[in-house]
Design a protein around this ligand. Structure first.
Ligand SMILES: NC(=O)c1ccc[n+]([C@@H]2O[C@H](COP(=O)([O-])OP(=O)(O)OC[C@H]3O[C@@H](n4cnc5c(N)ncnc54)[C@H](OP(=O)(O)O)[C@@H]3O)[C@@H](O)[C@H]2O)c1
Length: 360
């Protein structure tokens, strides 16, 4: 991949440990990009300079970051000169075309697309689980698919205590997982239905308002979809557990933000509901909401706009002595995308992973 520390970046961090990174956000005008800019502000992520990049369609737009108005620029290679961290959250084609050149220019790239996730030389990171993998980066770090991140967050603390042998996951994924245009289309479809007007469907193969679609991603020869296979492969990679047997069904539902998941897990040994609750409650970034008698469980309306991964409906799986069933909900634009990317950047800064000594 040819990662090498480039003089300006390396020297600058070596000269002054206190200087903050210069960052670029590719896809700043998108659904993830908008959330990214607000989280940067909320977490007071330290940066010396920020460049907002998008397609030529958005050049000249002005977006607010940290109280400042910044003009969006068209994404060109020139824009990455003197950038230390580039967040790429645009399209598959943009990631494929640009990332090697951005790395050559000296920036560490945090990529939101699926392009590099399964590359053995690219760490796929959820910081609460595998922040140490960042040490192996060669200029690119990938963030997982949104449905994978929240499942891994809920399963990893349990897996550490009692290795998982097999799991079956069914997702109920919001339309924002398909980008800003899909959110607008859902709203437009609801309006058309209420007005008795014809429903226009472009973001998905069918109308999504008043509907549930058992198809996310592209079809595979084995009958699964690409999204379902991401949940299989990415979960194993993040948890360093290639042996776990995983089957997933990914379903699009007419919800704007938050993915929900029903997950049935088989452990090596039996695990009680109480032990699972304790392990989950002790894990950073996870919140247990679980009291069916008072109707307390994770829901999209609870998780939207929140950073945590919520887990509830924890119960013994009636079909297996070593099994547990649970319900997992998280904001796909936050922990599923922008927040996870910013946490990775925070780790890069904390672990000083811009300095020389990276493999070439
Ligand atoms: N949505 C999620 O829950 C989620 C979760 C995990 C990962 N991701 C990944 O994150 C990425 C962005 O998703 P999104 O939901 O934010 O999509 P989106 O709302 O459709 O936004 C796409 C962004 O990409 C920009 N873009 C498009 N073509 C470009 C080009 N040729 N050059 C530069 N910028 C270009 C767009 O700029 P314009 O506004 O100028 O068109 C926009 O800022 C995708 O790779 C997606 O797979 C999304």
């Amino acid at each position: 991949m040819g990662w090498r520390p480039v003089g300006t970046t390396t020297d600058r961090f070596e000269e002054s440990e206190l200087s903050n990174p210069r960052i670029a956000v590719v896809g700043a005008t998108g659904a993830v990009g908008a959330v990214f800019l607000s989280i940067i502000e909320e977490r007071k992520f330290p940066f010396e300079e920020i460049k907002l990049l998008a397609s030529s369609r958005s050049a000249g737009k002005r977006l607010k970051v940290g109280g400042q108005e910044i003009e969006v620029e068209e994404t060109t290679l020139e824009a990455f000169r003197d950038v230390d961290i580039a967040f790429v959250s645009a399209t598959t084609a943009v990631s494929q075309a640009l990332i090697p050149a951005i790395v050559e220019a000296g920036a560490v790239v945090i990529d939101d697309s699926a392009v590099y996730r399964m590359d053995p030389q690219v760490p796929l990171v959820v910081p609460e689980i595998n922040a140490d993998d960042l040490k192996e980066h060669r200029g690119i770090v990938a963030i997982p698919n949104c449905s994978t991140t929240q499942m891994a967050m809920a399963l990893y603390p349990l897996h550490r205590a009692n290795p998982i042998k097999r799991l079956v996951a069914d997702s109920y994924q919001s339309v924002s997982g398909a980008g800003g245009a899909a959110i607008a289309e859902l709203q437009e479809q609801w309006r058309s239905i209420l007005d008795g007007a014809p429903v226009r469907a472009e973001a998905f193969p069918h109308q999504i308002a008043n509907n549930v679609l058992p198809e996310i991603g592209s079809p595979r020869p084995d009958g699964y979809t690409s999204e379902e296979w991401k949940m299989v492969e990415e979960t194993r990679k993040i948890m360093h557990a290639p042996e776990i047997a995983i089957s997933a069904t990914c379903v699009r539902v007419p919800v704007s933000i938050c993915h929900s998941e029903a997950v049935h897990v088989e452990f090596t040994e039996p695990m009680s509901v109480g032990e699972a609750r304790e392990l989950l409650e002790a894990f950073p970034g996870v919140t247990v909401v679980d009291d069916l008698s008072t109707h307390q469980y994770p829901m999209a309306t609870l998780g939207a706009g929140r950073d945590e991964v919520f887990v509830g409906r924890i119960r013994k799986d009636a079909s297996h002595v070593n099994g547990l069933a649970m319900w997992i909900v998280s904001d796909n634009l936050r922990k599923g995308a922008a927040l996870n990317a910013i946490q990775i950047a925070e780790e890069l800064v904390k672990q000083n992973l811009f300095l020389s000594g990276k493999p070439s």
